[in-house]
Write a protein that binds this ligand. Sequence first.
Ligand code: F6R
Length: 608
Amino acid sequence: MCGIVGILGKEAVATQVVEALRRLEYRGYDSAGVATLENGLLTRRRAEGKLRNLEIRLSNEPLEGLIGIGHTRWATHGKPNETNAHPHATAKLAVVHNGIIENFRELRAELQSDGYVFATETDTEIVAHLVTRELDRGKSPTDAVAASLPRLRGAFALAFLFQGEEDLLIGARKGSPLAVGIGDGEMYLGSDALALAPFTNLIAYLEEGDWVVLHRKSATFYDKANNPVERRAQRVAAGALLVEKGNHRHFMAKEIYEQPEVVGHTLTQYLDMAAGRVRLPFADKIDWTSLSRLSIAACGTSYYAGLIAKYWFERLARLPVEIDVASEFRYREAPLPDNGLALFISQSGETADTLACLRYARQERQVISAIVNVATSTMARESDVVAPTLAGPEIGVASTKGFTCQLAALACLALAAARARGHLSAEDEARHVQNLIALPGLMANALALEPQIEKLARELSKAKDVLYLGRGTSFPLALEGALKLKEISYIHAEGYPAGELKHGPIALIDEAMPVIVVAPHDALFEKTASNMQEVAARGGRIILITNAKGAAECGIEPETTIIMPDVDPTFAAIVYALPIQMIAYQTAVFMGKDADQPRNLAKSVTVE
Ligand code: F6R
């Protein structure tokens, strides 16, 4: 999660760029850099480490340009040194990037075979060369960007500066945030509005897939099909900037939309993306080989993340997992194996029941590990091994990005365990890592389903009860879907393993009962399809969440089919969580409920 800035100013902009970067330093501080045009020529200053180092460089070698871009880096591909620091440049342009370009390897090979020479290990440099190739073919900067963006897979925000173009910046977003600040004859780009607060509070946000062409006196927005679109600028109150909702009505919506970025950010902590390997920062603290069992305890949504991970640990690493809701585990007096590993999952790191389990496991001499989103929380402090999720503050009471970031961290842990226990070849590890790297981009694609889900929500809002079904990792997702719907729309919902339907709940099925089936086309799809037929035969209203192949092969005509992007089945739950969350959110909003602060709930449950 890096921070990017662009400024079209009236005076030298380097100082302002650094000022904006300081406000984005929370997004990363492995290195920083600025590029400006000095008499029309691209000039860069970059420095390893914190922003302070860049400032020192700039005070020794100042930049005078009236247009510039800047970057503060959180390394994903390549070491955090000066060579890999942004902006990345060719003879014709400079670019800064936040996010992950998933298909960088194939694009790099393609560009290299066209004679383009790479100087860094980063995924970003391929963007610089890709657009340069279009310029070399005679395109204008705007046309070159328009032609290049569709080639990029992944999640990203970009800002471009072109040699000789004193009045042009181009920005683009897919899955990572980007705001445009409108000044008086000046224009700004920033990863968030807070970065731009010293210069302007008139802010327009790029929507998913948008790109923008900025001149000092105009901002022209285009959607992903390159059609000009209007993105209204709004005044953002200074106080609101600290925890802003951007274009969104609720924090929950904003947090749902942040997922491609924060999941990418979380993954980069546990993966060496350039090498295609899992690399846990605490690898030496867990001896996966000697474990006979992993014990997991958590509450609510975090518990469901653990349930999904149980499938991964058991299938990939052949590691038996015992998992329980913390309020049960704490009084169960469960015998724990000698030198066992206990894992606690908590967004807040403060949940009373989970913390009590952690202390019980400590007494039982377990190695204590925790996946937490708050790095300073009690659970983090009391654990031997802490695996942070980098979801950022979650304001909406119903957990969304916290959940998918937990899953991202758990997926990496399961792969590390599988590798250490000898159940995963280097080749399979590389394949799984590539599939994980693809997730943020696929999540960004899944967000495009929102208009269809909005329509579905109108129908669901009339229901009194809703059933969610799934098999394999889609079963805990069914539980999570039901929990999300209950807690924010107050519609009664239940999640069931699809195969369990005929052992009781099928009695509930009638024409009034929506049944939401989570079924990516995986090894269990056919079984789930049979269960759907059982529901259809009894007049049940099926809402199917699947991919194109699943839709073609389900053998029934669901009332609604939500067609997801194709995701490798192993970690598909991380992408399928998004429609589940959007269904609950849109239903609650349509019913006029407060999605951010549902009744009777609290964000951090520190009582029993
Ligand atoms: C539901 C939700 C809760 C929490 C649960 C545990 O949307 O957010 O079920 O998951 O209260 O909280 P943490 O993860 O902070 O331990």
